[in-house]
Design a protein around this ligand. Structure first.
Ligand SMILES: [Zn+2]
Ligand SMILES: [Zn+2]
Length: 85
């Protein structure tokens, strides 16, 4: 995870998956883990386990909001790599 320190002393997280595809500015950074994890789940089709969640619960929760996961349309880094092979 790439963190960028802002002048004001705040830290934002830059998404490394987005970073590998395009250049980002600090304005693209996420200020909270919650925002960053939502981004990973919605944009990169990854399941991020939250506090007090089992792996199964996390998968069920993310698949409900993002039905693309695990299908042919899945955009997670693993599936994208496999499709390019
Ligand atoms: Zn991203
Ligand atoms: Zn996938």
């Amino acid at each position: 995870m790439s963190e960028v320190e802002l002048k004001e002393g705040r830290t934002v997280t830059l998404c490394r998956y987005c970073l590998s595809e395009k250049s980002l500015t600090v304005n693209d950074g996420f200020e909270t883990d919650e925002d960053f994890h939502n981004h990973l789940e919605e944009e990169h089709d990854l399941v991020v386990r939250r506090e007090n969640e089992t792996e199964e619960q996390a998968e069920a929760r993310v698949k409900q909001k993002n039905p693309r996961i695990g299908t042919e349309e899945c955009r997670c880094p693993d599936c994208r790599r496999k499709r390019e092979e």
